[in-house]
Ligand binder design. Structure first.
Ligand code: CTP
Ligand code: CA
Length: 228
């Protein structure tokens, strides 16, 4: 860049981004997971860094290289993701793009579970995982100024996402339609509705990189308006 780094709009701003799926162990060789590629979160982390932010990216297992200028912490489980996020505080803006597993296996086997022709399949007892977005959104001195969540929905996308924003206590929520036929989860494109306290705007389908740049533009407008 020809501009000095200090003139970038998010210079001095600390950002935390979560991305990717989590893997919740069943035993040493098996896990529960989901279709998240991590692409949307990595694109946001990269776009924030390009605008001068100091970015910590807490990522579940993905195949993606870290975006330039981003500090990457790789984790596997939801509990590890929460701990890595807490270690990254304080920050000014937090964006939770990870598809955190909602449940983990209560007591993962320390040895591989063996199948037996006579025994029925093992039952898995699941327990809820911590909600990282709700945790970061809780009021208090360490709360980031701006907390942004995603809402992965297959039905009543906008209504469910608007309710989720209120339930989680985050400032903005980015709703996306993850029905299999959209190809969004695991794909390269996204079609989102940004929901804030004052309204919602629909963005036509485009690349996850373009969604990331659009969202970062909104963030600049919100927290560094003089640069806008
Ligand atoms: N999230 C999180 N920690 C969790 C679950 C979700 O931080 N344990 C975050 C996601 O990163 C996303 C937002 O919460 O920003 C919404 O996730 P989503 O799965 O859409 O919502 P849930 O509240 O988990 O509800 P459900 O899966 O039942 O729709
Ligand atoms: Ca969920």
């Amino acid at each position: 860049a020809l501009r000095p780094a200090t003139s970038l709009p998010l210079h001095g701003v600390r950002a935390l981004v979560t991305a990717g799926p989590t893997h919740e162990p069943i035993d040493p060789v098996r896990y529960l997971a989901n279709r998240s590629s991590g692409r949307q979160g990595y694109a946001i982390a990269g776009a924030l860094a390009a605008m001068g932010a100091q970015v910590t990216l807490v990522s579940g297992p993905t195949d993606l290289p870290p975006p330039p200028g981003v500090t990457l912490h790789r984790v596997e489980t939801a509990e590890e993701m929460l701990a890595a996020c807490e270690a990254a505080l304080p920050c000014d803006v937090a964006i939770c793009a990870a598809a955190v597993a909602d449940w983990r296996v209560a007591r993962p086997g320390t040895r591989k579970i063996k199948k037996s022709p006579d025994a029925p399949p093992p039952g898995l007892t699941l327990v809820p995982n911590p909600d990282i977005l709700a945790h970061l959104s809780r009021p208090g001195p360490a709360r980031p100024r701006l907390v942004i969540g995603f809402a992965a929905e297959t039905d009543d996308v906008r209504d469910n996402a608007a309710a989720k924003r209120l339930r989680k206590g985050c400032d903005w929520i980015v709703a996306n339609d993850v029905r299999a036929e959209t190809g969004i989860m695991g794909g390269h494109e996204n079609e989102v509705t940004l929901i804030t306290a004052t309204g919602m705007e629909h963005w036509p389908r485009t690349s996850k990189d373009a969604v990331a740049r659009g969202l970062v533009h909104k963030i600049v407008t919100e927290i560094a308006p003089s640069h806008h």
